[in-house]
Ligand binder design. Sequence first.
Ligand SMILES: Cc1ncc(COP(=O)(O)O)c(C=O)c1O
Length: 396
Amino acid sequence: MLELAERSRLIAPSATLAMAAEAKRLKSEGIAVLDFALGEPDFDTPANIQEAAFRAVKEGKTHYTPPSGIPELKSALAKLYTEHHKLPTKPDQVVVSNGAKQSLHNALMALCGPGDEVIIPAPFWVSYADLVKLAGAEPVIIETPESSGFKLTPSQFRNAVTPRSKLLMINSPSNPTGVVYSRDELAALADAVLETNVGVISDEIYEQLTYGDIQSTCFASLRPALADRTVTISGVSKTYAMTGWRIGWAVAPLAVSKFMGDVQSQETSNPCSVSQWAALEAVTGPQDSVLEMKRQFERRRAYVLGRIEALPGVTCLPPGGAFYAFMNVSSHFGRSLGGRKINNSNDFCQAALARAHVAMVMGSAFGTEGYARLSFATDLAMLEKGFDSLARFLAD
Ligand SMILES: Cc1ncc(COP(=O)(O)O)c(C=O)c1O
């Protein structure tokens, strides 16, 4: 019998899979599941980006590209970071990958291994801890409670640092909380980081999806010394409704980007050539579709917050960015809902799915108990049905 590698013991099957399987089972029975579990925009990829992809195919741009990406896209991204993010960047510091997820994987493979610790504030995006373990390092989870706005403070960071600390992973705007650190908060964190030898992976995939006056900050641009310490991750998936195209990128110090490109060249070669040409149009072409999608998300966010306020025993820190409401449902723990005793966020989400046919993701999947994440990357009509159903379920 083939025996699995030791590595197979490092990774637990995602807690979200059980929910997804149950939602699928209900759908196969003909039940209309109101699915708010997905982390992807429901919009079509904008037409100008689609056209760029068709053009690329017709022009025969369908062969291998340099492993770290086509020079045109790397140059466009270097210009974007230099001019817009105020982070002086050379094209060779950019590595284009099969989604931001692979960029994160490449960065961790390049920077940490056995014996190293990686500090991750919780709640965190589901894949962080497992990606760290895959790289052979140890995730060190630091709780950031709702009372401190789900934000890591400089003193929490200082207390978490040990001689083995190699990296800090930050994510603003955040999945799952939607929290956006202010420039000053990030600068204070940056100064604490610069007192140490710890490097930073800053996942800025939701950088353009912020609401009202709130703006995201490119962490590496905050202090000149950070450029040598930080890998910045972003991509087109969320901003341009391009989740299936699989294009993300990293901006890293030269030696790191070189090695990340080498890792990628051995693992997957280049990201899809056609998708890279489409991504080039996304970042250099007209941006009106991004503004329109943002407007729609803004409307949905306002609607969702209004409906949450009216739900009994549910509260939510208003998200400053991304498209998630991280709802505090802990006041329902100890109750019975939908004929089921609710002891944790998994019970809550399972009961909501079984009784209200509403799919959400339990807070425990993000390392924090007491919450359910609802994605508002769905249209208003569906949100209305979902909240009507949730309201009936909680009044049960
Ligand atoms: C915080 C965060 N980082 C990275 C990713 C991965 O994005 P991509 O689709 O580019 O791999 C996601 C997707 O859900 C995310 O929420």
